[in-house]
Design a protein around this ligand. Structure first.
Ligand SMILES: *Cc1c(COP(=O)(O)O)cnc(C)c1O
Length: 425
């Protein structure tokens, strides 16, 4: 084993350091395994209930009428996540598209959307019209209200009560902190928040942006009162195998609205050929519980490695996890760059390229990104990025297998060691 790691450029000192950290995570990892096992059973039970068969994997073309694979998969999703219906489609191009679809199809001019958990994910600002954009909800006369979390991360219940009015139609709750500094919401906290909101206005639609949160816990948002949960298939639920896609699971009414918007009024879910990708959607969902487990182990391993070396890590080495994102603050551009180079160098794809900081649209500083992925932009695969500005924080996520994730973190540490960017390990 040592020889294999040495062949991949990991020194004895780094191997030993990693081994010592990993030893202490045994109980933590066992708890993660238990969640993965539970979720794996959930997926298998749903697939069995809906009699998934080889016929489901056939590609359809054209209109895609009577697409057995597509329709059965949507039933599997609905059962697995406790919804009445689901929309799981390659025609949904990404997470932002899925969220835009869910929002735009379930509000009408004059309605108001409320975010009770602060600013939503960057790309949603243009969907809602917080930042002006062509075709935003603001252009259609849908207004937006926001209540920030309190300084300590708790819900501002008074603020939320005051913000809910007769026009409030939909409440959007982002589960993962994404790249913001607030804490990620546990399912228990989402449950508390939804109960409070429905107590004030029972018929308001509660939508959860579920990106990066799927299968991290045993329960999902629809089990705690949400009307819709929405996400991307090149994150957790695609299991690294789906090459494209997004999903919406929820009440029949909400999903039907989304289907009429995705295709056309009158057509809804009846059209939309699955082409050749549907078997990867099934297989990806099947793999997703263990893939998420690997990503979580990688994140926790990294947190403990870098915390021990004196870097600030969020979440820290011991706190409970509610999404797969890990932030590590290096304090210097050299540290951030070395980390990303290490992640890249450990990849199965494009390991020989060196990531360079570059100017990205929408950012006021250069950004460095590491991704050696089978699916372009897939962030369930081990990937990292960070803006080249104070405090030089790397955000990373993913890892299709724990062993690859572990190599990525060891390789990043090796790069930092080689450049004397860490105290002796
Ligand atoms: C990734 C993400 C999105 C957007 O998904 P894309 O596939 O990148 O468009 C939205 N919300 C959250 C919390 C995310 O993590």
């Amino acid at each position: 084993m040592r020889k294999m790691y040495q062949e991949l450029g990991i020194s004895d000192a780094v191997i030993d350091f990693g081994q010592n950290v990993e030893k202490e995570l045994k109980e933590r990892f066992e708890a993660l395994d238990e969640v993965a096992e539970y979720n794996q059973m959930k997926v298998i039970a749903a697939m069995q209930k809906h009699r998934v068969s080889a016929e489901c994997f056939q590609a359809t073309t054209g209109y895609g009428y009577n697409d057995l694979g597509r329709d059965t998969l949507e039933e599997v999703y609905a059962t697995c996540f406790h919804g009445e219906a689901a929309l799981v489609r390659p025609q949904i191009t990404c997470g932002t598209h899925a969220l835009a679809l869910a929002l735009m199809s379930n509000v009408r001019p004059g309605d108001e959307i409320l975010s009770p958990v602060g600013k939503p994910y960057d790309t949603l600002e243009e969907v809602i019209g917080i930042r002006p954009s062509k075709g935003s909800l603001a252009e259609y006369g849908v207004t937006y209200a926001q209540v920030d979390l309190s300084e300590d991360g708790s819900f501002d219940f008074d603020g939320i009560r005051n913000a809910i009015n007769e026009r409030t139609k939909l409440v959007t709750i982002q589960r993962s902190k994404g790249y913001a500094s607030r804490p990620t919401l546990s399912i228990a906290r989402i449950e508390e928040l939804i109960a409070f909101i429905k107590g004030i206005k029972p018929d308001v639609i509660c939508m959860v942006d579920n990106c990066y949160g799927e299968f991290v816990e045993k329960r999902e948002p629809l089990e705690v009162g949400a009307d819709m949960m929405v996400g991307s298939l090149i994150k957790n639920l695609g299991g690294g195998l789906a090459p494209i896609g997004g999903y919406i699971v929820g009440t029949k009414e909400c999903v039907e609205n989304a289907a009429y918007r995705l295709t056309s009024p009158g057509l809804g879910k009846e059209v939309g050929a699955s082409l050749g990708v549907i078997s990867s959607f099934y297989q990806g969902l099947f793999m997703a519980p263990t893939v998420v487990n690997s990503a979580l182990k990688t994140a926790i391993f990294a947190a403990n490695i870098y915390e021990r070396l004196g870097f600030c890590v969020v979440p820290n080495g011991t706190e409970s996890r509610h999404d797969i994102i890990q932030a590590i603050t290096f304090g210097t551009p050299e540290g951030l760059i070395a980390f990303c180079e290490g992640i890249q160098a450990a990849a199965p794809v494009d390991s020989y390229v060196t990531p360079e900081p570059w100017d990205m649209p929408g950012y006021d500083s250069k950004v460095i990104m590491a991704a050696g992925a089978f699916v372009q932009g897939s962030s369930i695969e081990l990937s990292a990025d960070g803006p080249l500005r104070e405090p030089y924080t790397a955000f990373f996520q993913g890892g299709l297998t724990w062993y690859h994730g572990k190599l990525g973190i060891l390789k990043s540490l090796q790069k930092l060691c080689d450049r004397n960017l860490v105290n002796t390990i």
